[in-house]
Design a protein around this ligand. Sequence first.
Ligand code: HEM
Length: 417
Amino acid sequence: MTKSNVSNQVLGLLSGNSKENPFHIFANVREMGPIIPISNPMGETDNQTWIVVHMEEAIQILKNSKQFTVDPTTIEEKDDYREKIYDTEQTTAPDTFFTGKSMLFVDGIDHRRLRMLVSKAFTPRFMEGLRPRIQEIADELLDEVQSKGEMDLVKDYAYPLPINVISEMLGVPYADREKLKIWSSAIAKGLGWGKQDPTVAKHLQEFGEYTKLLVDKKRKQPSEDLISQLIAIEEEGDRLNEAELISMITLLIFAGHETTSNLIATGAMMLFEHPEQLELLKNDLSLVPSAVEELLRFNGPSTSVGPRFAKEDIEISGQKIKKGDMMLVMVKAANRDEKVFADSEDLEVDRKIERHLAFGYGMHMCLGSPLARVEGDVAFTTLLKRMPKLRLKIPTEEVQWQFNLSSQGIDSLPISF
Ligand code: HEM
């Protein structure tokens, strides 16, 4: 395989336009080395773009916040890469996590400050406290369909479960959840390297405007939820300003459900494609937590983490990386690194996994991973317990996959049980 072939195939994946199996491409790329140069997905620039596909180098880069940053504007005067991904007309709409200053796109003191403000609400201990409510939500969703003998696993279960959980935590009114769905999936589908979908800018704007109104309402009528707590912090003065508050809320809403829905839907699909693993799991539900980790490793929701930019010249595994170069850590490729995982291309729900990168690594490692883990555990345990005869109603080849900038999902998964 030549370098330009690799570049084209990877660019196809990153743009969200390729329907090719990404794992064949990643296996080929892994053979070429840990860090491979590709053309810049957003067109010509002075700096090189690299993809990182082996575990060791991926970790080396993600934990090295001294020499790599998520914020290219701290390196030198250059256009923000986020503005290039979608049409950014200046508007008066409030900034969202994508256009404004959210923890995902800042480093150092600002990152620590923003993350600390919400980290208590996402600790494993706090999440365990939420488990009974998550269980109730899962049961209510299955009660709705149990007597029908069939459902769309995405629309009836994988999607509503996490959106209901995060909305309750934040205090988003029930009636508004449909709007969040429209915005979030439009944003997720519209984002892709080198892809300019003008509707994304519109949806981000509406999302920002909606969140600002919600904050105004909660200012007048605070309650016990996380948004009200964040407003109280903002009103104290120096730890959070209003723009950061809006960015934070939109980030928590977006990150808090889209990926977890994909974990449940894609995870179920992986089990349908590996019936012996599904059987193993059904016969021993105590394996569900390890199965969730394996499903995250094997085909987790995120294809890559956000780009990192080199703050100085640096050499890693023989590759000379220059200041300003963009590093795309492909977590899906690293999670199948044969140097780390035996039979890495096999799904084994009882695999003992020391570490995978589905939630990223280092300072920006997923804040919501404890929540996603409890949701995954409850979702699969409840589904398999209550519907042990579940099966896919359509041939696996007919399932429609969605490839987005950083994640991959399924729109619809009709099953009977
Ligand atoms: C299976 C589900 C999930 C997956 C696969 C996932 C994946 C990720 C990944 C890979 C990152 C790192 C991004 C980077 O380094 O550039 C991340 C960050 C983040 N995730 Fe998740 N996530 C999931 C669920 C959640 C949930 C439920 C929340 C809840 C609000 C959440 C909130 C966040 C936040 C706030 C960040 C930014 C952390 C920071 O920059 O310090 N995620 N997620």
